[in-house]
Design a protein around this ligand. Structure first.
Ligand code: ATP
Ligand code: MG
Length: 324
């Protein structure tokens, strides 16, 4: 068990609440994943939470630039290449109080993605970071590495912009996450191979949707059927719609949640939306989170609202006790 740092020595040490690891993905490139990781992390850090932002995008690493850390001296690549096994040692300070960074620069171009065993280790290490929130910025696409990180816990966030291409990729992303989760949850070899078969949309058995698959699984093995339903219930991806311009754009989050219910039988949570805001690009050029550089901009206000919603499950930390 780990204990809260800075606790008064004359009081019993209180167990540290578990670190909340929040992976942020979305399938498509350029939808604002890194922008939102940097800004949600900065907004929560401003509210007094201890936050770490981890750049999990080894091929397109740029989170450090969003946070104003010009030349990170260590990188997630050091962990991937096994130069460092202790992940928290790679944490770097940022110009923002309470916010630390694990950057992802200088990866080995020959092996940009970590091996499966290294990924398992990375997931374990992420939970060791002493912070209230650890955000993980995922790369675009549905590479198995990306999907593994997305499945850390139940807090995964999918970022979507109101464009058909982004919506299409977000569904592909959710589908990949859902089937991967399901395959891991199934115990019987037989049922697992049917899940693998169903992952190919054009499978010859005619399984087109998760509901079709559920019927097949229930017919073969009722215990596996019950586990299937349990996995569906536990999978609650959260959705943020970014670069919103119209009232219809805002509604997109609700329609995605309702498609998820109908198609996957899962309850996605619509966390909120962020306006398209010219101040976003200005903040990126200034290498500062928008919540710090333009705190009164529309985008900052909506980001702060989403950050509060994320934090709602945990009360703000009590002010640090003054040593006597
Ligand atoms: N709400 C917004 N309003 C205006 N511009 C935005 C907004 N959100 C993001 N942007 C702009 O979009 C650009 C791309 O965002 P970002 O790099 O975060 O995308 P990404 O999803 O991480 O892409 P990749 O998959 O390539 O890593 C940013 O440089 C930022 O300036
Ligand atoms: Mg990015």
């Amino acid at each position: 068990m780990t204990f809260q740092l800075g606790a008064r020595t004359d009081e019993p040490l209180s167990p540290r609440a578990p670190t909340r690891v929040i992976p942020v993905g979305g399938g498509k490139g350029g939808v604002g994943k890194t922008f939102l990781v940097a800004n949600l992390a900065a907004a929560l850090a401003r509210d007094g939470y201890r936050v770490a932002a981890v750049d999990g995008d080894l091929e397109g690493a740029n989170l450090h630039t969003f946070l104003g850390v010009p030349r990170p001296r260590t990188s997630l690549a050091d962990f991937v290449a096994q130069r460092e096994d202790d992940l928290p040692k790679l944490l770097l300070e940022t110009p923002i109080d309470n916010l630390q960074l694990i950057a992802a620069t200088a990866s080995n171009l020959a092996t940009p993605q970590p091996s499966r065993t290294r990924r398992v280790r990375l997931v374990r290490e992420l939970r060791r970071i002493e912070a209230d929130f650890v955000f993980v910025d995922l790369g675009a696409g549905t590479h198995p590495a990306v999907m593994d990180y997305f499945m850390i816990g139940e807090e995964g966030v999918v970022v979507i912009t109101p464009e058909p291409t982004s919506v299409e990729n977000a569904y592909a992303f959710l589908r990949a996450a859902f089937y991967r989760r399901l395959r891991l949850a199934m115990v019987s070899h037989n049922v697992r191979s049917i899940v693998t078969l169903a992952m190919d949309e054009r499978n010859e058995r005619g399984i087109r949707t998760p509901m079709d698959l559920l019927r097949e699984v229930q017919a073969i093995d009722s215990n596996e059927g019950a586990r299937f339903v349990e996995t569906m219930r536990a999978f609650r991806p959260r959705v943020i719609v970014n670069e919103v311009r119209t009232a219809d754009d805002i509604k997109l989050g609700f329609s995605i949640a309702s498609v998820c219910r109908k198609y996957f039988g899962i309850d996605a949570e619509y966390l909120g939306y962020v306006n398209h805001d010219e101040a976003a690009r200005r903040s990126v050029r200034a290498r500062r989170p928008i919540v710090a550089s333009h705190p009164r901009s529309d985008a900052s206000i909506y980001i702060a609202r989403i950050a509060r919603k994320l934090a709602a499950a945990r009360p703000p930390p009590a002010p640090a006790a003054t040593p006597v």
